[in-house]
Design a binder for this molecule. Structure first.
Ligand code: NCD
Length: 312
């Protein structure tokens, strides 16, 4: 099976069978990742650039390692160390990267839609590594992979997403992807941080975490996106975590052995307590491992399409 688009910009735009194909490919990539010799030839002769206009630890590093494990040439650009800080436009930066024979550009940007603009202006494949409050498709793919790995399927899974939903691209991508695979989605957060229009999409909206947790099979905690919100959306961090943080007692409302996910970085004691992080149902470490496998799978599948190839 070949992915339909040259780019991966969001899970809104791809089909359920494409999502499952990426996950099946990631499963085979995990053999390479977990082996003693992490040097496979899948991306030999290909080049991958990471272009990050926002901070990142795990997303950027996992893309860089994924490219290296599959034998690609890779390089990274950050906004502060490049001509972006000299005022170059996004399209000019895009064209420059494209003309250097790049096959895949991985991009994170604070503005929603920036990777879409980039994708329209380059021959290379563009992967969205998080655009503002819009989407973070590879995070949702690794979350879906983690759940399918442990429970066999997303179908009929009751998923509760807790916290700052409005500002979360992770929530948005998970809602698109998990719904396409047959999960039942609920969200819970302060009224100031949950978009009311979500209800129209079939997502159940609650304003107490307890209601969303009852009977949940999967719980996804979100980080408060302080960098994306105006002041005054909640009285204090202490009050926010008191009402919306996940702790051991609250987790008892969910189904027995409900999985707990968090995209990281985690603010322990704010959106999730340390005791929950330490429980065996916490998938945070597996998510990181699966994240590399998902990114290996995507790099491989996008270059295999051939469309990302730069033949100049
Ligand atoms: C997420 C992001 O950047 O949106 N982090 C990540 O990619 N692992 C979530 C977050 O920063 O809260």
């Amino acid at each position: 099976m070949v992915l339909k688009s040259k780019d991966l910009l969001g899970l809104k735009d791809i089909d359920a069978d494409e999502i499952l194909h990426i996950i099946e490919t990631a499963r085979t990539m995990r053999y390479i990742l977990d082996s003693r010799n992490k040097k496979a030839p899948h991306l030999q002769g290909k080049s991958v650039i990471t272009l990050f206009y926002e901070n990142s630890t795990r997303t950027r590093l996992s893309f860089e390692l994924a490219a290296k494990y599959l034998g690609a040439s890779s390089a990274n650009i950050s906004s502060s160390g490049s001509s972006v800080s000299k005022g170059e436009t996004l399209i000019d930066t895009a064209k420059t990267i494209d003309m250097m024979g790049t096959d895949i550009i991985i991009m994170r940007h604070p503005m929603s839609g920036a990777p879409h603009l980039m994708a329209r202006n380059v021959k290379a494949s563009v992967i969205n590594a998080g655009d503002g409050m819009n989407e973070h498709p590879t995070q949702a793919l690794l979350d879906i992979f983690t759940v399918i790995d442990k429970r066999g399927s997303m179908k009929g899974m009751k998923v509760a997403i807790l916290g700052d939903v409005s500002h979360s691209r992770v929530a948005r991508s998970n809602i698109w992807g998990m719904t396409k695979l047959g999960a039942e989605m609920s969200v819970a957060g302060p009224a100031t941080m949950v978009p009311p229009e979500l209800q129209k999409t079939g997502v159940r909206v609650f304003h107490t975490v307890q209601e969303a947790l009852i009977g949940a099979d999967v719980v996804i905690c979100l980080r408060l996106q302080l960098e994306r919100q105006q002041k005054g959306l909640f009285p204090s961090i202490r009050e926010y975590s008191g009402y919306f943080g996940l702790n051991g007692k609250r987790l008892e409302l969910a189904n027995k052995d409900a999985l707990v996910l968090h995209p990281g970085p985690v603010n322990r004691g704010v959106e999730i307590s340390s005791d929950v992080m330490g429980k065996s149902v916490s998938c945070v470490n597996e998510q990181v491992n699966n994240g590399v496998a998902i990114r290996m799978a995507l790099l491989y599948l996008l270059t295999r399409r051939g469309i990302g190839e730069n033949i100049n």
